[in-house]
Write a protein of this length. Structure first.
Length: 259
């Protein structure tokens, strides 16, 4: 009996603990394996397309190179899992726990990660195009050089997150928290901004200022006084109008600016 059939037979007999199992390069298409325990298992290069992995435990599991396209990973535990070069496009990861997960080089186009916990995860150079990251916990996460274009990051927490060089073109950043985030060289063109975020507005102004010290100082004022758009509107500063127009120019055409 091959390892796939053996696993499915054991699962059908109500076995759920498959900790440490070797399923490297296995094929498990559209299977129901919810609430199973695959902690410390080797599922590298495994094909799990369209499978139901709801509430499944993947603690410190090797899923590198795995095909998890269109899988249901709602409330799954993927803490410290190795997902390097895995494909999670279209996957449902609502409420998933990915604390400390290795996600470098993964493809996760159009995935739903709303309310997911990705604290301290490595998502550098990851393709998150049109991913839903609303209300997700991304504090201390490495998103450097990630593709976040048209992603939904509304209400997400990005405290201390490394976003250097990330492409956020067209992303939704409403109510997102960027305290202490690294926003150097981020593409923020056509984004829907959180106008109350000093870090976000200062990041825009810093990039536009270049080596102009006076313009850089305007950005530092927002950070110093922890203020956003309303403060900039009323600020008695010779470059305040420049700051207002700079932010307006980079924002989405659908952005609503209080007057």
């Amino acid at each position: 009996m091959d390892k796939e059939n053996q696993l499915l037979q054991q699962y059908s007999q109500n076995q759920r603990n498959f900790s440490g199992i070797n399923l490297q390069s296995a094929t498990l298409i559209a299977e129901r394996l919810q609430e199973a325990n695959f902690s410390h298992a080797d599922l590298s290069n495994t094909l799990l397309f369209g499978s139901n992995l709801n509430q499944t435990l993947f603690l410190n599991t090797n899923l590198s190179g795995a095909i998890l396209v269109a899988t249901n990973l709602t409330d799954a535990i993927l803490i410290e899992a190795n997902l390097i070069n895995a494909n999670l496009s279209g996957a449902k990861l609502i409420g998933a726990q990915l604390i400390g997960a290795q996600l470098t080089g993964i493809t996760i186009v159009g995935a739903n990660l709303s309310n997911a916990n990705l604290i301290n995860a490595d998502l550098s150079q990851t393709n998150l195009y049109k991913a839903n990251l609303s209300w997700s916990e991304l504090s201390l996460t490495n998103l450097s050089s990630a593709n976040l274009s048209e992603a939904d990051l509304s209400h997400a927490r990005l405290v201390g997150t490394n976003l250097s060089g990330a492409d956020m073109n067209g992303a939704n950043l409403q109510e997102a928290n960027f305290i202490g985030a690294n926003l150097s060289a981020v593409n923020l063109k056509d984004t829907t901004l959180n106008l109350n975020s000093p870090e976000l507005l200062a990041g825009i102004l810093r990039q536009a200022a270049g080596d102009d010290t006076d313009k850089q100082n305007l950005a530092e004022l927002l950070l110093m006084y922890r203020q956003g758009w309303d403060y900039l509107l009323t600020l008695n500063h010779p470059l305040a109008e420049w700051g207002i127009e700079t932010i307006k120019a980079i924002a989405s055409s659908e952005q609503k600016f209080p007057k």
